[in-house]
Design a protein around this ligand. Structure first.
Ligand SMILES: [Zn+2]
Length: 264
């Protein structure tokens, strides 16, 4: 191992004036032998030190250099005050190094905060997109089921006339395999905080109406309700009925039906 290797990592600190006395003496003795490599390295390091204050954080000093700077500044701070004000023993280029360390640390903290908030934003956006995708899938699956119910010749048609004047005629289609679909136009919106609810009235004597889904028509009064899993099979159901119920739906009908249709 040549002498140069042992001094290699001291050169930056030497240029900053941050070597302790014995290290500096040893290195200067080596320089005095006329080592061109080290002289060149020192010149480069001084050039770097001169530029440090202007450099971007990419020029982060090594940990070793940081440690030396901190020790040197601490030692200076512990020096007892002298009688007459004296020039600081810390060379100005060391202050430049300290300034760069500060700038670098502040930039690092700012940068990592910035990054964290960008990551959070990205995570939020991803969750939103996943949710949208899920909703689209569900909508698509429902659309698909609806068209199966409507186009399968095995589906039973169930007309559902209104029980009050001006109530539009609704139509239900029921398919053993794909489920039940109720459709209508110009369906009036239920009262505030109320919903429409579908009921299946069992054929069995004395059996209670089976509650099914709650729903609203859209703003234009268009109604498309798809029930994938009706609570009763078709052959055990006598009638479909729709009542108006408080929001959230009811376990038993609380009003008389607006629409009723017989399942044949
Ligand atoms: Zn050398």
């Amino acid at each position: 191992m040549s002498d140069c290797d042992q001094f290699r990592e001291l050169i930056e600190a030497y240029a900053l004036g941050a070597l302790d006395a014995s290290e500096r003496a040893a290195f200067e003795a080596h320089l005095a032998t006329g080592c061109g490599n080290c002289a060149k390295a020192v010149a480069e390091a001084r050039g770097l030190v001169a530029q440090l204050a202007y450099l971007a954080p990419g020029a982060a000093p090594s940990d070793m250099l940081k440690g030396r700077l901190v020790r040197a500044v601490r030692a200076e701070a512990q020096t007892p005050p002298r009688q007459a004000p004296q020039k600081s023993q810390i060379p100005f280029w060391m202050w430049a190094g300290v300034a760069v360390l500060l700038v670098f640390s502040v930039y690092s903290i700012w940068n990592s905060r910035q990054l964290q908030s960008e990551i959070r934003e990205l995570e939020h956006r991803t969750a939103e997109l996943l949710q949208q995708q899920k909703e689209l899938h569900e909508q698509l699956a429902l659309e698909e089921r609806k068209s199966m119910i409507l186009t399968d010749p095995a589906s039973a048609s169930i007309p559902m006339p209104g029980t009050v004047p001006d109530a539009p005629m609704l139509e239900a289609k029921w398919n053993e395999k794909f489920g039940l679909c109720v459709m209508g136009h110009k369906v009036p919106m239920p009262a505030k905080n109320h919903v429409l609810q579908l009921w299946l009235i069992p054929r069995k004597e004395g059996a209670k109406p089976m509650p099914s889904m709650t729903f609203w028509p859209d703003a234009d009064g268009k109604l498309v309700l798809v029930v994938s899993n009706p609570p009763e099979p078709m052959d055990q159901t006598k009638q479909l009925a729709i009542t108006e119920e408080p929001e959230g739906g009811s376990a038993e009908p609380t009003t008389s039906p607006r629409w009723v249709g017989g399942v044949s």
